[in-house]
Design a protein around this ligand. Structure first.
Ligand code: FES
Length: 128
């Protein structure tokens, strides 16, 4: 996925080196918790820390993995699996479809920059 981030709306979150590879970190923006991931291939992903199935802010504690070509995060609670690029749930474990919010995140000069104005979420409906 190509992200054309607008310089005007980027906010620095941390240094890339602050993010442990293949482990999530949570960042707070206003009342929104964002789970950040730096994968072994160097890609960065920013998704909602909120597990849409439970409402708990736990996605940064989830398990990173892959499904076919998709980099994924599995909820630490009921193990639903989400595509980190789109937020789509790839394995609902029998529950209704729900998705994570996804934001544009880029690396520049060793910094992690987030564009909160660019939501890349494909399906925004969340389970109640
Ligand atoms: S994610 Fe909260 S106890 Fe494990």
């Amino acid at each position: 996925m190509t992200i054309t981030a607008d310089v005007e709306t980027l906010v620095r979150v941390c240094a890339v080196s602050d993010l442990e590879v293949e482990r999530g970190s949570a960042a707070l923006f206003g009342s929104t918790q964002i789970a950040l991931f730096r994968l072994a291939d160097g890609t960065l992903h920013a998704v909602s820390n909120r597990d849409p199935y439970t409402g708990a802010q736990v996605m940064s504690r989830g398990i990173v993995g892959t499904r076919d070509d998709a980099p994924t995060i599995a909820s630490p609670l009921h193990k639903q699996v989400f595509d980190l690029r789109t937020g789509l749930c790839l394995d609902t474990k029998g529950a209704e479809p729900a998705s994570l919010r996804v934001w544009a995140v880029v690396e520049r000069d060793g910094d992690v920059l987030l564009d909160l104005t660019q939501e890349l979420t494909q399906v925004v409906a969340e389970a109640a």
